[in-house]
Design a protein around this ligand. Structure first.
Ligand code: ADP
Ligand code: ZN
Length: 432
């Protein structure tokens, strides 16, 4: 195993000793804002009384609403003159949350991000094209600084504008991309429309994250471009990208435990779950001075993967994110995640790149409708073949979610698409 940082080689003891020390330091920093000082005093926790890592369970959770209520700068734990940058969440689910960083925070973040990229096989000789929106969104500057730290020639291409993206890839012989999963397939399509084969481009690796996608979706991107795709997870509250990343094994994402303390809890009771069980990821910063966050409820659902990773890194792995707890919808009493639907439909080779889940009510009962794009070469087939396909897709989904949806096959590229995070579910049940 080639490493970027010696912390990648730490064993469990070393990781936990460091976590305890850093957690105590973080509690000391957090007391510099009245929000955390009051909370910690209320439960009698201070750097001196916290003796074991498990004692963290006595600290109350921090929620997104807490962060919104402290907007814009009430959670600063250093004088504002120490802050060099602020970022916001992309606001996918409401009012944004602002996070402020000192110069050391920014440096530590760039180190973590460079460590992630290096783990996925990116090297200084690579040409890296960042297709993330720049600005407040952390996927821009966050990854940018990591790539520069690693020493890559870094192209801040920004989001969208496929024609320019393709030109940059060709002109500068880009080898590594950072791209949203939904946009990767759109970009591939544009390249094909221009009469070229995406597999002929010099691309070899893509860092893909910011929204949930299934293993089947990943396989499609890899196949389309003949490149390896590594899952990248992060959230603005925990800096942004660089929190957890896949290694060459592509089997779960290592969380950097020297920088974050991760827990997975039962959604309803808040108690920690054993490895392997799906719950909500809760995270604490261990290295952030400007604005520490304690026990943040990410609302992201995943599980710890049991056992050691063959790559040799001891930092724990989480499974790909199943979705946000608020993405889950309930239909006819069944809890469903968009990813379950994606997983099932993407196994059909006839299925194109995009799909849309519609929740409706026909006056009597709730109806789950799934619009599925079909590849051009299959759309010309006879009616009977298409009806049959409709039936088998519905059956496959029934096996997965125990409900029979109405499947509607639509032409390729006919569903709305965004260059930002994809909207997969449209709930129209109370809008009539
Ligand atoms: P917003 O919550 O407004 O989208 P962010 O830009 O901070 O704000 O996005 C972070 C969120 O994006 C995460 O909490 C998670 O829900 C989602 N996300 C990020 N990376 C991944 C990934 N690799 N897989 C699934 N979801 C992801
Ligand atoms: Zn590994």
């Amino acid at each position: 195993m080639e490493i970027f940082d010696t912390a990648e080689l730490w064993n469990r003891d070393r990781i936990e000793q460091t976590q305890l020390l850093r957690l105590k330091t973080t509690l000391g920093w957090a007391r510099n804002c009245s929000f955390y000082r009051k909370r910690l005093d209320a439960v009698g926790i201070s750097p001196d009384t916290l003796l074991h890592l498990d004692d963290i369970r006595h600290i109350p959770f921090t929620t997104k609403d807490d962060l919104r209520a402290q907007y814009p700068t009430n959670l600063l734990c250093v004088p504002q003159s120490e802050i060099v940058r602020m970022h916001c969440s992309s606001g996918t689910t409401g009012t944004p949350v602002a996070v402020c960083h000192t110069q050391n925070d920014i440096n530590a973040w760039a180190d973590l991000m460079a460590r992630c990229m290096h783990m996925a096989g990116v090297r200084r000789e690579d040409v890296f094209q960042n297709m993330s929106g720049y600005g407040l969104f952390t996927g821009g500057l966050g990854i940018h600084f990591g790539a520069e730290r690693l020493g890559c020639m870094t192209i801040p291409a920004g989001a969208g504008n496929s024609r320019r993206q393709i030109k940059l890839i060709k002109d500068f012989r880009t080898t590594v991309l950072h791209i949203l999963p939904s946009y990767a397939l759109i970009l591939g399509e544009h390249i094909r429309e221009a009469g070229e084969n995406p597999r002929d481009l010099p691309l070899r690796i893509a860092l893909v994250g910011a929204e949930p996608y299934s293993a089947e979706f990943r396989a499609r991107i890899e196949e389309l471009f003949a490149m390896k795709v590594y899952n990248s997870y992060g959230l603005s509250e925990m800096n942004g990208p660089g929190v957890a990343f896949e290694c060459l094994e592509q089997n779960g994402l290592h969380i950097w435990e020297d920088a974050y303390l991760a827990e997975i809890i039962d959604l309803d009771t808040g108690t920690p779950l054993p490895d392997g069980e799906v719950g909500e990821l809760v995270m604490t910063t261990l290295c952030r001075r400007g604005m520490p966050i304690l026990r943040y409820r990410t609302r992201d659902l995943t599980r710890f993967i049991k056992g050691m990773c063959p790559c040799g890194r001891v930092h724990r792995r989480i499974d790909r994110i199943l979705g946000r707890s608020d993405d889950m919808f309930v239909i006819k009493g069944v809890n469903v995640y968009p990813l379950q639907i994606e997983q099932a439909i993407m196994t059909f080779q006839e299925v194109g790149q995009n799909y849309l889940i519609l929740l409706e009510n026909d006056g009597i009962t709730d109806v789950l409708r799934v619009k599925v794009e079909i590849r051009d070469e299959f759309f010309v087939e006879d009616m009977r073949a298409l009806q049959n396909l409709q039936k088998v897709i519905a059956q496959r989904l029934h096996d997965e979610i125990l409900l029979t949806p109405r499947i509607e096959l639509v032409e390729n590229n006919s569903l709305p698409r965004t260059e930002g995070k994809a909207a997969r579910v449209l709930d129209m049940r109370n809008k009539k």
